[in-house]
Every structure is written in C-alpha cells, then in structure tokens.
Write a protein that binds this ligand. Structure first.
Ligand SMILES: [Zn+2]
Ligand SMILES: [Zn+2]
Length: 177
C-alpha cells in the first residue's frame, strides 16, 4: 500500500506537468475550463480558480479512479488513489503559498524561483510546480537566473512596503521591471 501511495504521488507530479503544459499553455486547449482559469492566473498574478471548482474536479477524478483502482489493486489501489489525491492537495497549497508567502528553506526558495521563472521569464519553461523532474525529462527545464517581475504583478512577500522595491534579502535573485 505504501509503495502504491508513492506511485500515486509520482503520478500526480506527472499529471501536474501535463495538465499545466498542455491544458494551460497549448493554444488548442485555451478555451478549456482549466485553460481559461490558467490564463487568468497568469494575467492577474494573484487570481486562483475558486476552491469549489477544484474540489468538484478532484472529487470527480477520485470518484472515477477509485472503482478501477480498487478492482485492479484492492488496498494497493486505494493507496494509489490516496497518494495521488494527497499530492494534488499538497500541490494546491504549495502553489498558493508561492504567490502569497516567502519560501522557507532551500526547497521553498527553489520552488518559488522555478515557478516565477515560468510566470515572468518564459511561460514555455518550468511547468512543474512541486518538482523539476518532468521539466528535465521533457526538455523544458531552465535554471532561473535573475527573475524580472513586472511591478503590477509583484508578490507582496517580495516587496518592501516601506520602499516599494524588492526586499533586500531577495535583491540578488529578483528585480522589478
Ligand atoms: Zn502557467
Ligand atoms: Zn502561479
């Protein structure tokens, strides 16, 4: 069951990449529900699709996956779906916090730089949010250098409210444009 749960987590990281890259950034899927919400997330910066929409999508997906998973794998199938859903939840929390809070520790800082490189430097790169694995596998990984953030989209954690400039602790890695 634990092995199956780990496989579920890995499956989520792949889905996260594929959904973001294709549904979010391929012209053909621009009009899909995910595409529409994702374009708005990029344009507004602090916009996130409503939680109720995410809960419905997650419940529909888990509901459809659970039957076949139980039939094929029994408790292992249950572990697989549980791992997948838990990893999805962790992704949602991480992505939201990337926009709202400064990162804690090397991973928190890495995740923000990886994601804001995607937002502000090159939207064709760094589609993964929780891990760079699939960007490396599919050749879309780019190591961020200085990230130039448009002033009107700048995250509040990045900006010193007293000066309106990038906080000094981030000035080596982010700039305003
Ligand atoms: Zn995107
Ligand atoms: Zn984002």
């Amino acid at each position: 069951m634990i092995v199956a749960a780990i496989l579920g987590v890995l499956t989520w990281t792949l889905l996260e990449y594929l959904i973001h890259r294709w549904m979010g950034h391929d012209r053909r899927f621009r009009k899909s529900p995910f595409g529409v919400e994702h374009v708005r997330h990029h344009i507004e910066g602090n916009y996130f699709a409503p939680t109720w929409k995410k809960l419905i999508a997650a419940a529909l997906f888990a509901g459809m996956a659970l039957g076949p998973a139980l039939a094929l794998g029994g408790m292992a199938g249950l572990g697989y779906v549980a791992g997948l859903v838990a990893a999805y939840g962790a992704y949602e929390i991480l992505h939201r916090r990337e926009h709202t809070h400064a990162g804690i520790g090397p991973y928190g800082r890495w995740a923000r730089r990886h994601h804001f490189h995607h937002h502000f430097v090159d939207g064709r790169r760094n589609h993964g949010v929780t891990t760079p694995i699939w960007d490396v596998v599919f050749g879309t990984y780019e190591r961020p250098s200085i990230i130039r953030v448009p002033a009107k989209l700048c995250m509040s954690w990045l900006r010193d409210p007293a000066t309106g400039q990038i906080r000094s602790e981030h000035a080596m890695t982010y700039q305003l444009r």
